[in-house]
Design a protein around this ligand. Sequence first.
Ligand SMILES: C[S@@+](CC[C@H](N)C(=O)[O-])C[C@H]1O[C@@H](n2cnc3c(N)ncnc32)[C@H](O)[C@@H]1O
Ligand code: SF4
Ligand code: SF4
Length: 317
Amino acid sequence: MDAEPNKQNQEKKVDDKTLADGADPRLDAHASWSPEWRKFLSEEPMQLLPDGMPLFNWLEISPTELCNRRCELCPKRDRERFPSQPLTMAPELFYKMAGELETLDYHGIVILSGYGEPLLAGCIYDMAEAFSRVAQVKLVTSGDRLNVDSIAKLLDAGITMFLVSLYDGPAQVEDFEQMFAAACAPRHSYVLRPRWDGPDKNFGVKLTNRAGTVTAGNQPPVVLDHLCYYPHYAMMVDWNGDVLLCCQDWNRRVKFGNLAHQSMVEVWSSPVLRRYRLDLRAGRRSVTPCTRCNADGTLHGAGHAEAWERYYARGAS
Ligand SMILES: C[S@@+](CC[C@H](N)C(=O)[O-])C[C@H]1O[C@@H](n2cnc3c(N)ncnc32)[C@H](O)[C@@H]1O
Ligand code: SF4
Ligand code: SF4
């Protein structure tokens, strides 16, 4: 591994987190970050493969298409286009992926989140256990299926951080504090994220239009000549193994490969992804879904974008 901390944007990145802070000190997301997570965010570890190719350090997985909610800020609000469906990642697939990460001696993180509610995937405990053997695993959840037992079981399975989206109101803070305390969860193992504000306050998040699939709230404009680093540092894997451009792309029409029958490195080095990276690195959002996307895209990954530029400049395809 070649550590290349991205000093340039270090301060900005830590301050700019999408995890919103609230007036309630228990909602101070920064304060509850573990030392390991702070280190990861400030250093953004860089791992180069033997041929110099930068590996992703942020692997997001969508365990299931199921969701019990229809949050106004989320594409899932539209049940016609984004139905809740009993489609869940197969164990063979996540064991295969975990095995590949082990072989790669992966230094990044795994995030269980995606296009549904991860805790509705029956296999979530096995999945958490499989990935936690090879990486830090973070779980993003509405918290609807959390209780003292499930928290304890997820901690046992190796989840290092719960990011709980609180959609219903401030009263949830106390409820979850009690639940995590009763499950003996370390204070830095969970972050309660206020999401109960309405569209007038952009739902309390750094709102994006999910590549043109959400219009709610006061959406920032789409700026076509804007950099984006997502595909330089993050790999997004759908429940069926499809590798997608990024977590913003809810249309999921552009696919770079499938991990059920391809390796992670094979897909990550796809020539089509190369074209996206070069365009986005040059500040050109010229191809779908980027043409409709208003996400900033530069909060993380500047170091990876530079590393890819060096790699491609050597003639690598
Ligand atoms: C799509 S959800 C999936 C995980 C889980 N169902 C949850 O709600 O936490 C992942 C995260 O995206 C956030 N989110 C959803 N729509 C968003 C939008 N349009 N802009 C910014 N964040 C959004 C949610 O609040 C949540 O924190
Ligand atoms: S934000 Fe999460 S809980 Fe809400 S509808 Fe989307 S996927 Fe479901
Ligand atoms: S511009 Fe938007 S859609 Fe394109 S890679 Fe970046 S975040 Fe994803």
